[in-house]
Ligand binder design. Structure first.
Ligand code: GLN
Length: 241
């Protein structure tokens, strides 16, 4: 069995250690004896929609988003949409999350059209949301770190990844954090997210493997260290004022 990971714009969309999400996905597969190949795709490097089982799309600076947004308006955006239609999974953080929606509207620059895979819309706000983020969900808690000015609002086609316990999440108003639509997840959890939240990593892994290896069962891993780190991270996040 093998896993194919496409890493989108690793040169432009990789702040706060977001590449750690790719490392975590690959390592959790390798620990289970699954072969892994990771392919980077940046501006002008067209992705074959048939190849990836899962895509990772990280966060970046605002100015990087206009370059990436313009690239996604071409074949890469169409490849992403085709891949999702064919069962591909996507995990996205912050700027990547925003660009999977309908549009990202910066504070002063023109609106950047999104790929339209997630039913979300984002508008930059005046105040940046920066700090530890603690989220509750029916499938478990999530810990991470947020740094964004964007306020993301969910449309009827998307459901929230979770509910904010500490921090701001999508917009600092409706207590939602992230969005899930089919096998596509967007969130504001930098940190990186997946090493700190192994249950979410394994969910993505199962979705990715299911594309070409139906009904794969993932053996449990020893996540004692991750669990201890999450307890500490959630305690620190709860002190956020
Ligand atoms: N446009 C994003 C914002 O809301 C960029 C930040 C990020 O990706 N970390 O600020």
């Amino acid at each position: 069995m093998d896993l194919r990971i496409a890493h989108l714009y690793p040169d432009l969309m990789n702040i706060y250690g977001d590449r750690g999400n790719v490392i975590a996905l690959a390592q959790r597969a390798k620990w289970r004896g699954i072969e892994v190949e990771v392919r980077p795709y940046s501006v002008g490097e067209w992705a074959d929609p048939e190849w990836p089982d899962v895509w990772f799309f990280g966060g970046g600076q605002d100015q990087g988003q206009d370059i990436v947004g313009a690239d996604l308006a071409g074949k890469n955006g169409a490849a992403l949409r085709k891949s999702v239609e064919g069962g591909g999974a996507i995990f996205s953080v912050c700027g990547g999350y925003q660009l999977l929606g309908h549009e990202y509207v910066p504070e002063v620059d023109p609106s950047i059209p999104g790929v339209g895979i997630l039913d979300v819309t984002t508008r930059a706000g005046k105040r940046r949301f920066v700090g530890n983020l603690l989220v509750d969900s029916p499938d478990g808690q999530l810990v991470g770190f947020e740094n964004h000015s964007g306020r993301t609002y969910l449309g009827p086609g998307a459901k929230a990844l979770g509910t904010v316990i500490a921090g701001n999440g999508n917009n600092g108003e409706d207590k939602t954090e992230g969005a899930v639509q089919g096998k596509v997840i967007g969130c504001y959890l930098h940190g990186s997210c997946l090493p700190k939240n192994p249950w979410l990593a394994d969910r993505l892994l199962a979705w990715a493997l299911d594309r070409r290896h139906k009904d794969t069962k993932l053996d449990p891993l020893d996540d004692a260290d991750e669990a201890a780190a999450r307890v500490q991270a959630s305690e620190v996040a709860r002190t956020r004022t």
